[in-house]
Write a protein that binds this ligand. Sequence first.
Ligand SMILES: Cc1cc2nc3c(=O)[nH]c(=O)nc-3n(C[C@H](O)[C@H](O)[C@H](O)COP(=O)(O)OP(=O)(O)OC[C@H]3O[C@@H](n4cnc5c(N)ncnc54)[C@H](O)[C@@H]3O)c2cc1C
Length: 454
Amino acid sequence: MKSFDLIVIGSGSGLEVSSEAADRGLSVAVVEHGPFGGTCLNRGCIPSKMLIHSADVMETIRRAELFGIKAQVSAVDWDFIVKRVIDTVDADAQAVEEGNRQHPHVTVFKGTGRFVEHKVLEVDGERITAETIVIAAGTRPRIPDIDGLTDVPFLTSDEALRLPKQPRRLIIVGGGYIAAELAHFFGALGTEVTIVHRGPRMLRQEDDDVAARFTEVYQRRFTLLLNTVVRRAQRNGEDIVLEVASDGQKRTLSADALLLAVGRVPNTDLLDVAKTGIVLDERGFIKTNEHLETDVPGIWALGDIVGRYLLKHSANLEAAYVAHNILNPENKVVVDYQAMPHAIFASPQVASVGLTERQAREQDLPYSVGTYDYYNSAYGFSIDDKDGFVKALAHRETGEILGCHIIGSEASILIQEVTNAMRMRLTTEAITQSIYVHPALPEVVQRAFGSLRQ
Ligand SMILES: Cc1cc2nc3c(=O)[nH]c(=O)nc-3n(C[C@H](O)[C@H](O)[C@H](O)COP(=O)(O)OP(=O)(O)OC[C@H]3O[C@@H](n4cnc5c(N)ncnc54)[C@H](O)[C@@H]3O)c2cc1C
C-alpha cells in the first residue's frame, strides 16, 4: 500500500489544497474519476455562463428595436455555440490534469476512490493511505423518483451543457437556479421551453419579493406550470410525454427533450465514507466543525460535499481555510462565511447577499427595508429595465447591513459592492455616504439603501 502525507479526493476546489501542500514539498495523492477541474469547470459555472452569454447576445438583438436599432438574426449556429464551450473547458481540464501529473510531489490516481478501512482508500484496485485526507468530492444531479423515467431519455445539467442538437421543445422539471439559467439559455435561442415546478414560485431560496418578481417574468417568457408534480414519464415515438398533475387536474405534456434540474446529492455514497467513521448529516452531506475537520481527526472536507453553500466561491474559500489549517495545526482559524453572495445568470439576473426579509423576521431582528426600482434611476430608465429592483435590509438600531437582494440587469455585478461592505462589517453609511458615478447603474443600489425606512 502506498502512503502519502496527504490525499485529496476531488480535483475541483480540492486542488487549492493539494497544490499548496505539494508546493511546500509534501507528498500528495490526488484522486479524481472525471475530468480535472470538477463541476465548475466541466459541468457547471464556466460552461453554463459561456452558453448563457450567447443567449444574452440574442436577447440584446431581440430588444434592439426598443432603442431604434432594427436587427435580424439569420441563424443560430448551435454547433459553434456548443463547440466553443466544449473546446475551452476540455482543453482547460486537460491542462490542469497535465499540470498535476508533472508536479514532482503529486501522484494522480484516475479512478473512483472508495474508503475500505480507516484512512485507507481503494482506487482502481490500488490501496493508498495518508494521515491527512481532504474530501472534496462534490455533488451530482439528483434524479427524482418518477414513474417510467428509466424508459425515457432524460438530461441533467451534466448533459444539457453539451447537447449536440438544439431541442425544439424542452421540458424542464425544477424551479431553482439551474432550471432558471438553462431555461434562459435554451429559450432565448429559440427552444420552446415548458417549466414544471412543484412549488408556488421559482427560486424559493431568494427573498420573497425577488422570487415573486422573477416568477412573474418567467410566466411571461415561458410556459411555467407551478404547483405541478410529474406523475409519469413515457415515450411516444420520438416524443417524451410527461403526465403532470396540479390541484388534482391531470395534463399531458410532450417534448423532444426532458431536463431534470431538481437539486444535487452529495457524492458521499460513492466514497463509502462510513468505512472511515465520518459522520453525515440527515441529507448525506459530511459534518465538519468550524475548522472544516470531520469527526475523524486528520480527515477534512470542503466544498459542495459539506453542504453549506453549493457555490464555487464558497468551495474556494473553504479550500483556503483547509489548506491553512492543515499546514498550520498550531494556529487553526475558524471559517468566516460572513457575506457569502450568490448570483443567478438568468434573464433577469438575480443576486443576493445576507439575510432575506423572511430570515430577518424569523430571527426577530429589528430591521428596516428599502427598495428602489431600476426604472426610476437614470441608467435603469435608459436601458428600459422595467422589472429590476434592489431591496436593501439593515439593522434598524445599528445600521449594520443585513442583506441585499437584486433582480435586474447586471445584478451579479451590482451585488459586489454590498458584499464588500458587508464583508468588512460596515454600516449602511458605507453606501449612502459614498459618491456614485452619475448616471451609472450602481446608483440604484445607493438609492435602495438611501430609502431605508426607520
Ligand atoms: C449547471 C451548474 C451551474 C453552476 N453555476 C455556478 C455559478 O455560476 N457560480 C457558482 O459559484 N457555482 C456554480 N455552480 C456550483 C459549482 O459548480 C460548485 O459549487 C463547485 O464546483 C463545487 O466545487 P467542489 O470542489 O466542492 O466539487 P466539484 O467541483 O464537484 O469537484 C468534485 C470532484 O470530485 C470528483 N469525485 C467525486 N467522487 C469521487 C470519487 N469517489 N473518486 C474520485 N473522484 C470523485 C468529481 O468527479 C469532481 O471532479 C454550478 C453548478 C452547476 C451544476
